[in-house]
Design a binder for this molecule. Structure first.
Ligand code: HAM
Length: 429
């Protein structure tokens, strides 16, 4: 077939999906412990939501949005979920019932970027948004949560970078200052940065081109130009992270590609990721709720990229194996295959992982399948068993065989063997 998955998208096949499931389940369990509840928003939104929140002069809004519809009614596949979560928070008046909400999401995002390793056009994020408070301890909490999550997954080698970027008002004097400096040295900057001086000068700080880095690293630090209250906020975040033993480095030149950030911004990178080394990014966005028509409430959050997280995990640990099978029914002949189907259903309804052959293969080939699936018990079923009515279940670990009268007796025996340590899988009673 000449039709393939679109460039920058990926099929996740069952073997790979095991790792996705593990990561998602770990996120759900951990986020619940921190008091976050799940929110699911549509994968597309009114385009105006992203233009207003992310900002017109950002890379995402300028060139990476998948938009469709008409001039009167334009929709965009969500490039991120912070703005949609705030939209939902306001639309459902959550600020009126309980203004402080801790929310998390897991799902696909879409950006029309040039695909490369770790950079997709459809990718997945796991993110949290804590809406309704300005406490610096909350900034520290979301950073600590991201690190805790990586630790739970056994991921090491990540690095937290932290900065404060103030508000559009409070960073005004710094903006003017670096604008003047950069304009004076414009001919040494890359073409993109020369344009950024007027469009969005802070993005120059984030440029990865060597000649631009050489210039920006000599600029004054933004933190030194922020009002005292904002410097105190940042100091409190740092102090809280120290007290939680979360390692981080201050990076005076860290800025993020969204206009909505105020105060704290952070990124978590991983060395195994290559050029696209950002595993997670986030920060505080105290103006977004009011910018979208809500009350003046603070908020902070992060999102991590699942594809990149999986790359980092795979670079450092072995792939997980599927759970072993409980029972494999080995059939000999047509009548047995027919009878096996009912038994199989009964075993599965009892909570056991059970399987059989659907390809009409020899008993020997079926045994090979049973071994491959790491079946702990087998149940051979042929003319003899059908005639005698005796089911002989075999414990593959011990070689022991038990003749039993019916499937309920098989289920009891399997549970008895599993309880005695032949297995490890938790079977519901
Ligand atoms: P972001 O930094 O744009 O932030 O994305 C967060 C993470 O998503 C990145 O660190 C990266 O791992 C992953 N990611 C981004 N773009 C791609 C891509 N094209 N392919 C693969 N992975 C990608 C946000 O989206 C903010 N909404 C985060 C946030 C939440 N801030 C506050 N709350």
């Amino acid at each position: 077939m000449d039709v393939q998955a679109p460039l920058g998208t990926e099929d996740i096949l069952p073997e790979q999906a095991l790792l996705w499931q593990r990561v998602e389940a770990a996120a759900r369990a951990l986020f619940a412990r921190y008091g976050y509840g799940e929110i699911r928003t549509p994968v597309f939104e009114d385009t105006r939501l992203f233009v207003r929140s992310i900002g017109e002069a950002t890379d995402i809004v300028e060139k990476e949005m998948y938009s469709f519809g008409s001039a009167e009614e334009s929709f965009t596949l969500r490039p991120e979920a912070t703005a949609p979560v705030v939209r939902a928070y306001l639309e459902h008046n959550l600020h009126k019932s309980k203004s402080f909400q801790k929310l998390y999401y897991i799902g696909p995002m879409f950006r029309h970027e040039r695909p490369q390793a770790g950079r997709k056009r459809q990718f997945h994020q796991i993110g949290v948004e804590a809406i309704g408070a300005t406490d610096p301890l909350l900034d520290a909490e979301v950073i600590a949560l991201a690190c805790h999550f990586f630790d739970e997954l056994g991921l090491s080698g990540y690095r937290v970078r932290l900065n404060a970027i103030g508000t559009p008002q409070s960073r005004g004097s710094y903006r003017d200052l670096i604008k003047a400096e950069l304009t004076a040295q414009a001919e040494k900057l890359c073409g993109d940065c020369r344009r950024r001086i007027d469009r969005n000068v802070f993005r120059v700080l984030d440029c990865k081109v060597e000649s631009c880095i050489a210039i920006t690293r000599k600029l004054p630090r933004i933190l030194d130009h922020l009002p005292e209250a904002e410097r105190t906020h940042f100091a409190r975040v740092c102090k809280a992270l120290h007290s939680a033993h979360v390692a981080f480095v201050e990076d005076a030149y860290l800025v993020r590609g969204f206009d909505y950030y105020t105060a704290t911004v952070f990124e978590i990178t991983h060395s195994a990721l290559g050029a696209q080394d950002a595993l997670c990014g986030g920060g505080r966005y105290d103006n977004l709720i009011s910018d979208l028509g809500g009350p003046p409430l603070g908020a902070v959050g992060f999102a991590l990229g699942c594809e990149r997280l999986l790359m980092a995990i795979q670079a450092s640990s072995a792939a997980p194996e599927p759970a072993p099978l409980d029972v494999y029914i080995v059939t000999i002949g047509d009548a047995a295959r027919q009878a096996a189907f009912g038994h199989l259903t009964a075993l599965r309804r009892a909570g056991l992982a059970a399987d059989t052959d659907y390809e009409g293969r020899s008993p020997k080939a079926q045994m090979r399948s049973a071994n491959k699936l790491r079946a702990r018990f087998t149940l051979p079923l042929g003319d003899d068993e059908l005639a005698s009515g005796v089911l002989k279940v075999k414990n593959m670990a011990t070689g022991e065989e038990a003749p039993l009268a019916d499937i309920p007796a098989v289920i009891r025996k399997v549970r008895e063997w599993e309880g005695a340590g032949a297995g490890g899988v938790d079977i519901n009673p």
